[in-house]
Design a protein around this ligand. Structure first.
Ligand code: HEC
Ligand code: HEC
Length: 238
């Protein structure tokens, strides 16, 4: 009985400890900032070629396929944090775990420096500018404790300090997918749960509206190139 009691008390003590686990092991301390500052984009470029990041993220971080994820023009600090999070599974994804498994910190910083210097896509010309969406972007909704997206992600969605990523130029599919993951707690690598709290408060319609505001159009040139290659391969393009 005593032993059972000890085990139960032990378990009860463990639970709060487990719940208080940090959502990421990355801290933007001086050594990390120095590593990022000294990173070498040329080494990053060579490594990106060798690892074939383009297979899923397109040449220079802009994918041709709107179902993929654009990674060009993101701040190196956000980029580096995501690679570290995938590697230690703070962010759960099998593809990216495989990609990062053998990388050291220097290599991840070099990749971050290279992709940060690449040109992101512009937002779609017919982006969603519904006043309700713009209100969320620039004012948030204090009633529901939603802070303005622009306060962290920048006035143009270009990204903010440290871990607040660029949103402008991302494909809507991924935007909706990852916000839904935050909403449902399946993505949980955001420090202090800042994005989880916001995503939980957003409705699905609002998430779609925001994706339509920040999201990139599929580049016309790339769309045409895909049609051309199908035409040349003698496939129907209609
Ligand atoms: C086999 C396909 C594949 C390859 C190859 C790949 N990635 Fe990814 N990458 C993904 C997927 C899928 C995700 C999104 C996973 C998720 O939902 O968390 C992702 C996400 C990312 C993200 C996070 C993007 C964001 O906005 O948060 C970064 C950064 C990234 N990849 C960098 C790289 C780099 C650098 C390489 C090459 C070393 C690479 N990827 C190779 C499939 C791939
Ligand atoms: C308090 C600061 C803050 C506010 C306000 C905020 N975000 Fe974020 N957001 C973050 C941080 C930090 C991350 C990255 C978390 C991580 O992975 O480390 C993030 C990540 C995201 C991502 C994932 C991007 C990617 O490439 O994977 C999306 C999408 C996003 N936020 C959308 C929004 C929208 C839409 C709003 C407004 C309704 C908003 N955010 C408001 C801080 C904020």
């Amino acid at each position: 009985m005593m032993r059972l009691l000890t085990v139960l008390i032990g378990l009860a003590l463990l639970v709060p400890v487990a719940a208080a686990e940090p959502s990421s092991q990355v801290a933007f301390d001086v050594p990390t900032l120095q590593l990022l500052r000294a990173a070498d984009p040329a080494r990053g470029e060579a490594l990106a070629k060798e690892k074939k990041c383009s297979k899923c993220h397109g040449d220079n971080g802009v994918s041709e396929d709107p179902e993929d994820i654009n990674i060009a023009g993101m701040q190196p600090s956000y980029f580096y944090k995501q690679l570290k999070d995938y590697q230690d599974e703070s962010r759960d994804d099998r593809d990216m775990l495989k990609q990062t498994r053998d990388l050291d910190d220097q290599q991840m910083a070099d990749l971050a420096a290279w992709f940060a210097a690449q040109q992101p896509l512009a937002p779609a010309a017919d982006r969603n500018t519904d006043p309700a969406v713009l209100r969320l972007v620039y004012e948030g909704d204090p009633q529901r404790l939603i802070k303005a997206c622009a306060s962290c992600h920048g006035q143009q969605g270009q990204g903010g300090q440290f871990d607040s990523p660029r949103l402008t130029g991302q494909y809507p599919e991924y935007f909706i997918y990852t916000l839904t993951e935050f909403k449902e707690g399946d993505r949980y690598n955001d420090i202090y749960g800042r994005m989880r709290t916001i995503a939980e408060a957003l409705t699905e319609e609002e998430i779609e509206g925001l994706a339509g505001y920040y999201g990139a159009a599929v580049p016309v040139l790339l769309t045409n190139m895909r049609l051309w290659s199908r035409f040349l391969a003698n496939e129907s393009v209609l």
